[in-house]
Design a protein around this ligand. Structure first.
Ligand SMILES: C[S@@+](CC[C@H](N)C(=O)[O-])C[C@H]1O[C@@H](n2cnc3c(N)ncnc32)[C@H](O)[C@@H]1O
Length: 273
């Protein structure tokens, strides 16, 4: 389906992710972006993110089971998770559920709370799995400029790799909304562009402030977002209604030009590609 086809649409649903996913059809989703609570005690208004780890594991197994049922063959799922649980999530997804492993992405968020005993945390991880191996992967839509000119390099750009630098949406920034774990739009943009096509259906079962739904619809995908907090659903609706004037974050490599081009200058005339 092209960008100009039926208008992009988002459906935002207030409710429990497990109950609401149960009402969606098998194989109906092309891409899932799941950013669940990490069980680290965050205050999400009407829900507090703190359970016994065994309960959290059961909760994860439940929502992941539904998510996988919804994913079409070849569909992809990206899961954000904190370091305390990510290795268990990996085993659950690969060994217990049988998803196909595609990548372990490290999100380097550059700044945050400092520690005086121990190293200050500066990353979170994203697990990328799929339902089978015949996946949609639009590498050309997510390339970043090469660092150097080399004949063997693809000068259309490099694969962005699996360490991604995007700063948090800063508290002072105009795009910041009143949600404790708002994710950067530029990061979600890379996921949506790489792993879905225009017209595809993107599901975020923990949509929070609406980042995934916003990015997906701006990029011409359809979106379903679920959150248990009605205030966040209202926040997401407001974000979706805003005019688009660019995403709130970008990979710093996007603006670079390859160094040491032949002949100096920008060398464009001499590129042999
Ligand atoms: C890590 S945040 C998601 C943030 C989101 N990616 C963003 O950019 O704003 C997790 C969200 O899950 C929601 N949540 C917690 N338990 C839930 C449940 N059982 N069903 C649906 N949503 C839930 C919380 O209200 C919170 O907004």
């Amino acid at each position: 389906m092209s960008d100009e086809a039926s208008p992009p649409a988002a459906t935002l649903i207030c409710g429990d992710a497990i109950e609401r996913m149960a009402g969606l059809a098998d194989g109906s989703v092309d891409l899932i972006v799941a950013d669940p609570p990490y069980n680290l005690g965050k205050n999400y208004g009407n829900n507090r993110d703190l359970r016994a780890w065994s309960d959290y594991e059961a909760f994860t197994r439940d929502w992941l089971g539904h998510a996988v049922r919804l994913l079409r063959p070849g569909g992809s799922i990206y899961m954000f998770m904190g370091v305390r649980f990510i290795s268990r999530l990996f085993v659950m997804a690969e060994e217990d559920i049988g998803l196909t492993f595609q990548g372990w992405i490290t999100w380097h968020y550059t700044q945050g709370m400092g520690r005086t005993r121990g190293f200050s945390p500066r990353h979170e991880d994203i697990l990328f799995f799929s339902n089978g191996s015949d996946i949609t992967f639009n590498l050309d839509d997510v390339r970043v400029p090469q660092k150097y000119y080399r004949k063997r390099n693809n000068m259309a750009g490099a694969n962005p790799g699996d360490v991604w630098q995007f700063s948090h949406v800063h508290y002072c920034s105009a795009e910041r909304v009143d949600h404790p774990t708002q994710k950067p739009e530029g990061l979600i943009e890379r996921v949506v562009r790489a792993s879905s096509d225009p017209g595809d259906l993107v599901l975020d079962p923990f949509v929070g402030s609406g980042t995934t739904a916003r990015v997906a619809t701006v990029l011409g995908r359809r979106a379903v977002g679920i959150d248990i907090n009605p205030d966040y659903i209202a926040m997401a609706e407001r974000r979706l209604a805003e005019p688009f004037d660019g995403f709130d974050s970008a990979d710093p490599r996007v603006g670079r030009a390859p160094r040491d081009l032949p002949g100096g200058g920008n060398g464009q005339a001499e590129l042999d590609i």
